[in-house]
Design a protein around this ligand. Structure first.
Ligand code: PEP
Ligand code: MN
Length: 337
């Protein structure tokens, strides 16, 4: 349930509503917008009659949120959330471009790729240091060395870094090096990891699980939000279907559906969504046309020799063409790259 306060509600009226929420055994979640304050009642508030709050001074109306996700819901927070990351905004009018290698492989590889993606127009650098690989015999990432190289690339190219954190015990380490903490698809329902991320104030890029519904993705986001971190971005990265011609099936429906259901920014990952570099650009274009707030794309200078995900990695020149394409599409849908 959310309590919408009148635009001229006083601090005392707001405090009294919050006190009443606590008296009933619930937690509150205050959202102070430019126009008015909205107070979320957190807990199973189904037995409570909305009238209980409607009669309090300063209350304009009380809205029941019918979705199981509350803080993530647009009913709770009607305006788009804009997440500020080192001077970059995600979720506003600007479409964000994140790019870089699947894995950090070496200093040369990372620096060369960072220079190329920056030149092409990317504003956030991606690169995995801790890699969730299907096989324990495959390259597992450089770990701490990879994080150090990402920081060096950050300092050289002045780009915020997004990298995956795989375990709750690694959150504080990865948070020292990264500007955005990525939760990989395989970890979307790692609840202790989500809880730990909720206790940081670092932006989180939460990827949709391979077999997860849109509602499950939003419930995973709700874990992070309800533990105190409001800086969450969602990522559609394709789901597993009966189709084996592509690595995953990019769920284009999820983009406008998420934009309808939630205020959180929605990022598209056409690289994992398709698994084939030839399909990355057309799917990126479609995602921006469908309303995505940004894309995250794998780029490698020598995909044939990549240690992970070479088949879906774009060479820098192709990536530069992609950025030019989405620049025009963004403009056509009233956005900017
Ligand atoms: C990645 O970003 O390289 C990655 C492993 O993504 P996902 O978790 O979506 O498979
Ligand atoms: Mn990858």
């Amino acid at each position: 349930m959310v309590i919408v306060m009148k635009h001229n509600a006083t601090k005392q009226e707001i405090d009294e509503v919050v006190a009443e929420i606590h008296a009933l055994g619930f937690k509150d979640h205050l959202s102070s917008g430019e126009e008015r304050t909205i107070i979320g009642v957190i807990g199973d508030e189904r037995p409570i009659d909305p009238e209980h709050f409607e009669i309090l001074d300063g209350v304009e109306r009380v809205v029941r949120i019918l979705h199981p996700f509350k803080l993530a819901s647009r009913d709770f927070h009607p305006e788009d959330s804009v997440i500020k990351i080192n001077g970059i905004s995600v979720g506003g009018n600007q479409v964000i471009v994140m790019a870089g290698p699947c894995s950090v492989e070496s200093r040369e590889q990372l620096m060369e790729t960072a220079a190329a993606v920056k030149e092409a127009g990317a504003t956030v650098l991606r690169g995995g240091a801790f890699k969730p690989r299907t096989s324990p015999y495959a390259f597992q990432g450089l770990g701490l060395k990879g994080l150090e190289l990402l920081r060096e690339a950050h300092d050289t190219y002045r780009m915020p870094i997004v990298t995956e954190v795989m375990a709750s015990q690694d959150v504080s380490l990865v948070a020292q090096y990264a500007d955005i903490l990525q939760v990989g698809a395989r970890n979307m329902q790692n609840f202790s990891l989500l809880h730990a991320l909720g206790e940081t104030q670092k932006p989180v890029l939460l990827k949709r699980g391979l077999m997860s519904t849109v509602e499950e993705l939003l419930m995973a986001a709700e874990y992070i939000l309800s533990h105190g971190n409001q800086r969450v971005m969602l990522c559609e990265r394709g789901i597993r279907t009966f189709e084996t011609a592509t690595r995953n099936t990019f769920d284009i429906n999820a983009i406008p559906l998420l934009k309808q259901l939630t205020h959180l920014p929605v990022i598209a990952d056409p690289s994992h969504g398709t698994g084939k570099w030839e399909l990355v650009t057309p799917v990126a274009r479609a995602a921006i046309a469908a309303g995505a707030d940004g894309i995250i794309v794998e780029v490698h200078c020598n995909p044939a020799h990549a240690l992970s995900d070479g088949a879906q990695s774009l060479k820098p020149a192709k990536f530069a063409e992609l950025v030019n394409d989405i620049r025009r599409i963004a403009q056509a849908v009233g956005r900017m790259v």
